[in-house]
Design a protein around this ligand. Structure first.
Ligand code: NAG
Length: 400
């Protein structure tokens, strides 16, 4: 949610620095990044005509991959977390997603003050988890919990005898959900990006030819929006272990040029315009992530019922990192997390008062300054900046 974002902006700077230091100190030798083995690559589908917008239904084979272009992007639902009073963010998200071609469901964010001491998980208390972080954690947990409800019971009323009214056929099966914060931006061509992402997640999760989810079935979490991520072989605990396979998306015209791209991977040692789908290393920021129901169950256990070790973003990162580590905790949950780098969702800094950007962080002296034009890192055809072009069917503007 917006809250998370702002605290992240500060946290991110620190976290990025800390991660960088950890790498420098802990990796005795930098690995050669190439060749990865095995690697599979596929170019972004050639566009014939307009390959975006609500009327775009995909051009991939096998054809069931094209389910990612439906109105929930191939997931069962899309949840957006944010404070209900930030109507400005809800207006923008609703408009931008509808023009891009998908539908959202808002989940009301929670303020930390509303979480009583007794509801704070083992491992944390109000002193070491300030209200801003606490609210963000709880908001995400509420979204995750929605998904854990067993499908038969989800949203169904009870009958007079107090029993659940279970339909003969499961009507709402939240087999997967995409959860994002309320100031996300993405490329206008999101659906076709997701077609290639789905090819990658299918290849890496070893799914059969007819998976339930267009993204394949073997995963718990897909990290689609983050502020920086590394490959798992860069983790100190994987030193000396074989490289992980990666899915290369080559010549992806939706990837920013090398001088504009941001993140933690050494992009310059790879061909320009490459995107990867890979086993999650240690991502920062939980902008947008998808969970299968099983993934949601694991997250609800690992970040709430069992304990909470850090603020939400870092705890989710650790959850995935343990699963991606070959020498990881054998008693852990073996989370199967996959990441898209550079990410396809990124947080948007809107035009207007810089001080209204955050629901948490006070921008101090800067807060009365005006930003004349909105920006989003790593997004070429920013959907937020192209609202008018989408509405009027005029030429899209690239940020970089
Ligand atoms: C979109 O596709 C997914 C995967 O097949 C499915 O679970 C979901 O229900 C679809 N969304 C809609 C609105 O039909």
């Amino acid at each position: 949610m917006a809250q998370t974002l702002r605290m992240r902006q500060i946290g991110l700077g620190i976290a990025t620095f800390v991660v960088a230091i950890i790498f420098i100190l802990w990796s005795p030798r930098r690995r050669e990044y190439q060749p990865y083995s095995p690697s599979i690559s596929t170019p972004v589908p050639a566009s014939s005509g307009r390959s975006f917008g609500p009327d775009y239904h995909g051009q991939s084979s096998p054809a069931d991959i094209n389910r990612v272009t439906n109105s929930t992007l191939g997931f069962s639902k899309i949840f957006v977390i944010g404070l209900p009073e930030r109507t400005d963010k809800r207006d923008a998200m609703t408009l931008t997603s509808s023009l891009t071609g998908f539908n959202l469901e808002f989940i009301d964010g929670v303020k930390g003050e509303a979480v009583p001491d007794k509801a704070i998980p083992f491992g944390k208390n109000r002193d070491n988890l300030p209200n801003t972080y606490l609210g963000s954690w709880r908001s995400h947990m509420n979204a995750v919990r929605r998904q854990v409800l067993s499908p038969q019971f989800n949203g169904l009323p009870k009958n007079d005898a107090g029993q659940w009214r279970i339909p003969p056929i499961v009507e709402e099966d939240l087999e997967s959900a995409l959860i994002m914060e309320d100031d996300m931006d993405w490329d206008v061509r999101l659906q076709s990006q997701l077609e290639t992402v789905a090819k990658g997640t299918r290849a890496l999760s070893g799914s059969g030819s007819t998976p339930n989810s267009p993204y394949g079935d073997g995963w718990d979490l897909l990290w689609l929006g983050h502020c920086g991520e590394i490959f798992p072989e860069q983790l100190p605990e994987n030193e000396g272990e074989p490289l992980y396979s990666k899915f290369f998306i080559n010549n992806d015209k939706t990837v920013p040029p090398l001088d504009k791209i941001t993140g933690l991977v050494d992009f310059k040692s790879h061909p320009e315009f490459t995107r990867w789908v890979h086993v999650t290393g240690a991502p920062i920021c939980s902008f947008a992530y998808a969970l299968t129901r099983r993934g949601a169950q694991k997250v609800l256990f690992d970040l709430s019922v069992d304990r909470l070790d850090a603020n939400f973003d870092n705890a989710l990162g650790t959850f995935c990192r343990n699963g991606g580590s070959r020498k990881g905790d054998p008693t852990g949950l073996h989370a199967k997390c996959l990441t898209v780098t550079p990410p396809v969702f990124f947080h948007h800094r809107p035009k207007g008062l810089i001080g209204s950007e955050s629901d948490i962080v006070d921008h101090g002296d800067e807060s009365q300054n005006i930003r004349e034009k909105g920006t989003s890192e790593n997004i070429m055809w920013s959907a937020r900046n192209n609202i008018r072009n989408m509405l009027m069917n005029t030429k899209m503007e690239s940020q970089f």
